[in-house]
Write a protein of this length. Structure first.
Lengths: 520, 449
């Protein structure tokens, strides 16, 4: 993060953005020459390094850019005071001498005092002059410098610039592809408040307690500190409202991974460790089982009202997803809050609770909560978990199938894609397929990935017949084109359903021929 | 049952009731209330005969105070007015009029958990000492790496702002020293995020050029007492005279000044830029990031200003003046640090700037107090608050155009000592923009020219 006077921005029509360093040759060269300057000035005065920065400014670069880079390099440097003479002691001696001998108003009077102190300290008058203020910031000696590559410096600069702009933010809204546990942990630790919602993806809006009353930059610093955790994810989008202090207007600021990830340093986060060995054992032994269920750690968050829960695991099979939350150590109060939150969740959730720590209150809770709870001691045994999963799988599937069959939808479109339809009504694709295959809607034929209307099939048949009649034969690739032309995907299967057979001559579909199966 | 508790600088209220002060917070499903309405909410609940459970205050342990403060008649009057205003309000008194003692007396009267908010770390030390000497309790401190909360705690504005989430429910009385700072954009939130029902603001310079002082009465209380330098000078403050001496730039300086000012004014004329407000100036500064010529114009202006403020002629005059008034307790004020160091090196005078190590600063001030050093040169760090007793002569070699700075610097010389007559000498470069700066600073001060 940079001092705010070094913040360089573009601002136009209510949209604001930092002036990022481009990763161009020019900018890389500036970065590289600064890094070299720091390297070559080890053992020299800070003021000499700063003169070099001034020179870069004079070459016509934005002074905020050169100084911003220098600011970041200072942080990788260690400056020390000269150790020849303690300047504070030296000054004390000089001031006392001046007070004793009378304040010098002429050069001779002054020299007398300097000489007197120099003699006392057994050094030359020049040394006294040199070190009288040898501890001022500009006089410090660059002792150590930890270099980095020019590219890294520019990326560091851009990240710092973004954070500096966020100092003036009043709220931030973001989404991320992963890393949620750490993000929410940081939100909490930074004293921020979030609201999560679905809007073509999972979004989180973050501000602070007092934001309720008025726009405030109070939480800008905390928001800036949150940024590195978000951009450490694979894919992310961050949108902030910036209260621009000079004009008091609210500007919008957007930074997103597909556009900006390469410009920004990606912070390294330590690899995730399991919270407890119980979790780790569970994950390992479950995966070893190869049950057909796919286990995922730290899945995307689940909405519980406006809050979220990040379950420990998600377990998925054929599009049916069940979340698992392990509660190892707890207090009654913690458990109450947790269960209160879990009750708001609208997904299948299995809760595993350590029985050793359970108490009688829990039994009552369980009845009220209507949660699926399995108890364990020491280690989670898989058998009851699998039993639950199987049961839940069939229940969910049956429920979804029933749901679709009860839907009474009247389809009109030529082709109904299962996946797209499943997304629309919020059930698994598998359930849609099962339901629609089992009970085919009137006027449609069920194919592996879609329903096709009868008249569309007729249309396909006519085209193929026409082509065979014209040319005497039809190659497979052309037949597929004919089928796909009406918007149907499962070409091979549609052809088969229409009573054709494909005769392969080699692996090329150009050489494969489509022939009519003789009736009877 | 209604529950009321403190949540990160605000209050949360849960129960089957709303309040006229709160706002429904859908994020947490409770009413959220600004912390400074704490007293109002309680009295609303009481008047409405609602049963409630108050978990808001989290006060440090009580300690007993024993005060030995003797107030002067005008201090007594100021305290009385503040009490009658419901233990809220702002007192405007000149530097050296003993504002601290009024606050100490109020703390002793209220005998409750108190936070004193001050602008600098030095003032924390100073207040801690006063509290120990006059109230006979040890005060805690928050700021500069310390975080020690006690019955009486002293904090910087910075820490009080940054840690409002943690400190907001720990005090019932707040004293804002140099309360004009509280009106700034960030700090005003301190007033809103603390529950303390009793509040006192102290300042010598209430009015701000940006008019934001009008934000203070709602959160601290009205100005209940004002005394000007003129009213107290002679009786409670030392009498003083003010002298302005003009010097001519040396020929080289004059040439450099004219040339650089020329570059600047040519650019401004060419671009048709008129500077009337701080915003105009800021817009110009912002343009220097993109526009190379604008930046050159700005740098030229800065160079010219520096020539005028740091003129060699001023140093020559200073040498004569110092020669003539040896052994008088003298403070030399400048605007920039480089002039401080130039003077310190030329005349071997101890310097105090924000870069001076804290220990050394204490040592220098202590030596000055005892009379071991008779002159100190400083930039802006001693402008406010820190006690520098007994100085009787001041030289203002350079400064901003601000009235506040002028009053504060004058105040450094006015602490009452029998037989003392203070003198403030302003040294101004003739025919430069400094003449106008000097006029501006004395235009609206309370003591009159």
């Amino acid at each position: 993060m940079l001092p705010s006077e070094l913040l360089a921005v573009w601002k136009r029509k209510g949209v604001i953005s930092p002036r990022y360093a481009k990763l161009s040759n020019d900018d890389l060269e500036v970065a590289s020459s600064l890094i070299e300057a720091y390297k070559s000035h080890v053992g020299k005065k800070k003021s000499a390094v700063k003169e070099f920065v001034d020179e870069i400014e004079e070459k016509g670069y934005d002074y905020r850019f050169a100084r911003g880079l220098s600011f970041l390099l200072d942080r990788r440097s260690r400056f020390k005071c000269n150790d020849k003479i303690n300047s504070i002691d030296l000054r004390r001696k000089i001031f006392h001498a001046a007070a004793r001998l009378g304040l010098p108003t002429t050069a001779e009077q002054r020299n007398r005092i300097i000489e007197a102190v120099a003699t006392e300290l057994k050094v030359t008058a020049e040394t006294v002059e040199e070190f009288l203020y040898g501890d001022l910031d500009t006089e410090l000696i660059l002792e150590e410098f930890e270099p980095l590559s020019p590219l890294e410096l520019l990326q560091e600069y851009n990240l710092s610039l973004t954070q500096t702009l966020l100092f003036d933010s009043t709220e931030v809204t973001f989404t991320s592809s992963d890393n949620w546990q750490r993000i929410f942990y940081s939100v909490k630790k930074l004293g921020l408040i979030y609201e999560a919602y679905q809007d073509g993806g999972f979004w989180v809006k973050v501000d602070g307690p007092a934001s309720l009353f008025k726009l405030t930059r109070r939480y800008g610093t905390a928001i800036a500190k949150l940024l590195p955790v978000i951009v450490a994810s694979q894919r992310w989008t961050v949108r902030a409202k910036i209260l621009w202090k000079y004009t008091n207007e609210i500007c919008s600021f957007t930074v997103e991974s597909w556009k900006h990830a390469a410009l920004l340093r990606k912070p390294k986060l330590s690899t995730m460790t399991f919270d407890s060995t119980v979790e780790e054992d569970f994950a390992t032994s479950f995966q070893a089982l190869a049950s057909g269920w796919v286990l995922k750690r730290e899945p995307e968050p689940v909405l519980a009202g406006k809050q979220v829960i990040i379950p420990d695991f998600s377990i998925e099979r054929e599009g049916i997803k069940i979340y698992v939350e392990i509660i190892g150590f707890w207090t009654v109060e913690y458990l109450l809050r947790k269960i209160e939150k879990l009750k708001k969740v609208d997904v299948e959730m299995l809760v595993l609770v350590n029985e050793d720590l359970a108490c009688e209150k829990l039994a009552k809770l369980e009845q009220h909560a209507g949660l699926n709870i399995i108890y364990y001691r020491d280690k989670i045994s898989l058998a009851p978990v699998l039993r639950y999963l199987e049961q839940a799988f069939h229940e969910v599937k049956a429920k979804q199938t029933g749901l679709i069959q009860d839907l009474q939808v009247v389809f009109t479109e030529p082709v109904v894609n299962y996946e797209e339809f499943a997304g629309r009504i919020g059930v698994s694709t598998e359930a849609v397929k099962a339901a629609l295959t089992e009970k085919q809607p009137r006027g449609y034929v069920a194919m592996p990935s879609e329903l096709v209307r009868n008249d569309v099939l007729e249309q396909v048949r006519n085209r193929i017949e026409q082509q065979i009649d014209q040319n005497g034969q039809l190659c497979f690739s052309e037949a597929v084109r004919a089928v796909e032309a009406v918007g149907v995907k499962d070409a091979a299967i549609v052809l088969e359903a229409l009573g054709y057979r494909v005769i392969w001559r080699g692996i090329s579909s150009e050489k494969a021929e489509v022939v009519r199966l003789e009736k009877g | 049952m209604i529950h009321l508790w403190f949540d990160k600088g605000t209050l949360l209220l849960r129960g089957e009731v709303g309040t006229p002060y709160g706002k429904w917070d859908p994020r947490v499903g409770c009413y959220r209330i600004k912390a400074w309405h704490y007293r109002d909410v309680l009295s609303y609940l009481k008047e409405s005969r609602l049963e409630y459970h108050d978990e808001v205050p989290n006060l440090p342990a009580s300690e007993s105070m024993k005060d030995i403060v003797e107030l002067r008649p005008y201090q007594q009057e100021a305290l009385g007015k503040w009490q009658r205003a419901g233990m809220r309000g702002i007192l405007v008194l000149p530097t050296a009029a003993g504002k601290t003692y009024i606050a100490l007396k109020a703390m002793s009267l209220l005998n409750t958990q108190t936070l004193v908010v001050v602008p600098t770390l030095d003032l924390i030390d100073q207040w801690q000492k006063r509290v120990a000497d006059f109230l006979n309790v040890d005060a805690g401190a928050v700021g500069g790496g310390k975080a020690n909360v006690r019955m009486v705690t002293i904090s910087t504005y910075d820490s009080a702002y940054l840690q409002a989430e943690m400190l907001g429910n720990k005090f019932m009385f707040m004293v804002f020293d140099e309360v004009h700072h509280l009106a700034s954009q960030g700090y005003i939130q301190i007033a809103e995020m603390y529950i303390a029902p009793y509040r006192m603001g102290l300042t010598a310079t209430y009015e701000r050029s940006d008019q934001r002082h009008s934000l203070l009465p709602p959160v601290v209380g009205d100005v209940v007492y004002t005394a000007r330098v003129r009213e107290l000078a002679g009786h409670h403050l030392s009498p003083y005279t003010h002298e302005k001496i003009y010097v001519e730039l040396t020929p080289e300086e004059q040439q450099a000044y004219d040339q650089d000012m020329g570059i600047f004014s040519d650019y401004m004329r060419e671009k048709g830029i008129v500077m009337k407000s701080p915003e105009d100036f800021h817009r110009f500064i912002m343009s220097t990031g993109r526009d190379r010529r604008a930046r050159e114009a700005l740098l030229a202006r800065n160079r010219a200003v520096k020539v005028a403020l740091n003129s060699e002629a001023k140093l020559a005059l200073l040498a004569k003046q110092l020669e003539a008034r040896r052994d008088e307790k003298t403070l030399i004020f400048t605007l920039h640090n480089d002039l401080v160091y130039k003077i310190s090196q030329r005349f071997l005078i101890p310097a105090v700037t924000y870069q001076t190590p804290r220990e050394e600063r204490h040592e220098i001030l202590e030596n000055f107090r005892r009379g071991n050093y008779s002159v100190i040169v400083t930039s802006q760090v001693l402008d406010e608050g820190v006690d520098v007793p007994d100085a009787s002569l001041g030289f203002m070699l350079s400064g901003t155009g601000s009235t506040r700075e002028y009053i504060q610097r004058l105040g450094r010389l006015l602490r009452k000592v029998e037989g003392k007559h203070a003198k403030l000498v302003e040294i101004v470069s003739k025919e430069t923009m400094e003449v106008r700066m000097s006029q501006r600073r004395r235009r609206k001060n309370g003591e009159g020219a």
